[in-house]
Write a protein that binds this ligand. Structure first.
Ligand code: 4AZ
Length: 420
């Protein structure tokens, strides 16, 4: 035997392969497992592990002055900003990862108007977050450097800052009054009330005892609801109440316990006077497209007679009728207190703390179970709560429109109780 025989490669022939069927089976299973791990794991991270990633940045917008018009949900300036950012990224190497942008705030500064914008990307966690952020920075810098664009880079650094998905989604969703596009009022004539679309009225809550719907309510912050005092005529114990959110009562999208119920000090049930209450939830809601606040109007805001407004709720479609599972909406009109106090209407029972809305011809109206819910009006494309469903004689009767607590009248009381 040669002294170098140990250098010879071992013989690999078919003779060395296992012949035992068990061993063959085991080998095949082992190979399949290894292949599944080697191919499957990276594939999983590449395809199925895609997660949203948000970056915050700010742009300077020369030649535009700050005004409250900018804050409208669908302002032209917001649209111009997002369309330019979309354009830049959809032509870039990050077009596969870029999802969209949101303007979350405008600020006026010494060198002009600034817009804080969140950029949403989606990529697998295997991708290097830092690398994508740097690429996005380069793309923005390259596209904005010549100053010919609508947007300019804001000099302050860091240019892009990663923020958590929770924080980003909170900032995007926590603005008030963002429901259905108010142009639906002129486009669609709903007669007699119709079922609402998902996320159309995301401030609408259901107040329940033993999981039974009792009243409507409106979300005015992540922890406060605005409703009617008379909802608590039979039961004032907060521990027995829960609030649900989402368009269906069953299943509810979200449920919260109630910590406290604050009823107006002068609430007089026999006259329906000061029919207002605020409810503190035990834990704050999580904002989303389906759960958001309604805007509170200034005390000086006045809704003119004949304005188009919307009342929503799970109230009955007729007196003593059943409660629907899906939220309904009805377009109604503001009626002046003078008309409402006519002898053939409510003959003087309508006080200055109430708003009248509906039609003297009847038919479209709030009804039992709608109580406590919102009457909303669009202003600058955002929805404001101007009324709380309070009372009326019957439902949809001729010359007996719905009566609502006039929210502007109680604006200071709401501030006093909730600090909102
Ligand atoms: C109620 O019983 C009720 N038509 C609510 C609103 C109206 C009437 C009754 C208005 O809760």
């Amino acid at each position: 035997m040669s002294v170098f025989s140990f250098l010879r490669p071992p013989r690999l022939g078919f003779r060395n392969l296992p012949t035992n069927p068990w061993l063959i089976g085991l080998t095949v299973v082992a190979i399949v497992l290894v292949l599944a791990l080697v191919i499957g794991l990276p594939l999983h991270f590449l395809v199925f592990d895609q997660k949203p990633h948000y970056y915050q940045t700010s742009f300077r917008i020369p030649r535009v002055e700050y005004s409250s018009e900018l804050e409208k949900a669908h302002s032209e300036v917001k649209a111009s900003i997002t369309s330019q950012v979309d354009d830049i990224f959809r032509k870039s190497n990050l077009k596969g990862q870029y999802i969209k942008s949101h303007v979350v705030r405008f600020r006026s500064s010494t060198d002009g108007l600034k817009a804080d914008v969140l950029l949403k990307f989606q990529f697998a966690s295997a991708d290097n977050e830092n690398k994508i952020r740097k690429m996005a920075e380069k793309i923005l810098h390259h596209n904005l450097k010549d100053g010919t664009q609508y947007l300019e880079a804001d000099g302050s650094s860091p240019y892009l800052q990663a923020i958590s998905t929770t924080e980003a989604e909170h900032r995007i969703n926590s603005g008030c009054g963002l429901g259905i596009d108010p142009s639906f009022l002129t486009e669609r004539i709903s007669n007699g009330g119709t079922f609402s679309q998902k996320a159309a009225w995301p401030w609408q809550a259901s107040l329940q005892v033993d999981r039974h719907h009792i009243c409507g309510a409106s979300l005015i912050s992540d922890q406060w609801l605005l409703t009617a005092a008379h909802c608590f005529n039979n039961n004032r114990n907060p521990r027995l109440w829960t609030a649900t959110f989402g368009t269906t009562l069953r299943p509810a999208l979200m449920r919260r316990n109630v910590r406290s119920i604050i009823i107006h000090e002068n609430y007089a049930s026999h006259k329906h006077e000061d029919d207002i209450a605020v409810v503190l939830l035990s834990t704050p809601v999580t904002f989303s497209e389906d759960v958001r606040t309604v805007c509170l109007p200034e005390a000086t805001f006045e809704a003119l007679p004949q304005s188009n407004v919307v009342v929503t709720g799970w109230g009955a479609s007729k007196e003593s009728g059943p409660i629907p599972n899906k939220l309904r909406e009805a377009k109604v009109e503001i009626i002046s207190n003078d008309v409402c106090n006519r002898i053939d209407v409510y003959g003087g029972a309508v006080s200055s703390g109430m708003i009248c809305a509906g039609f003297l011809s009847g038919k479209i109206d709030a009804c039992e179970g709608d109580s406590g819910g919102p009457l909303v009006i669009p202003e600058n494309r955002l929805w404001y709560i101007i009324g709380i469903v309070s009372w009326g004689i019957g439902c949809g009767k001729e010359n007996k429109p719905g009566l609502y607590t006039k929210v502007t009248r109680y604006r200071d009381w709401i501030k006093w109780k909730t600090n909102l």
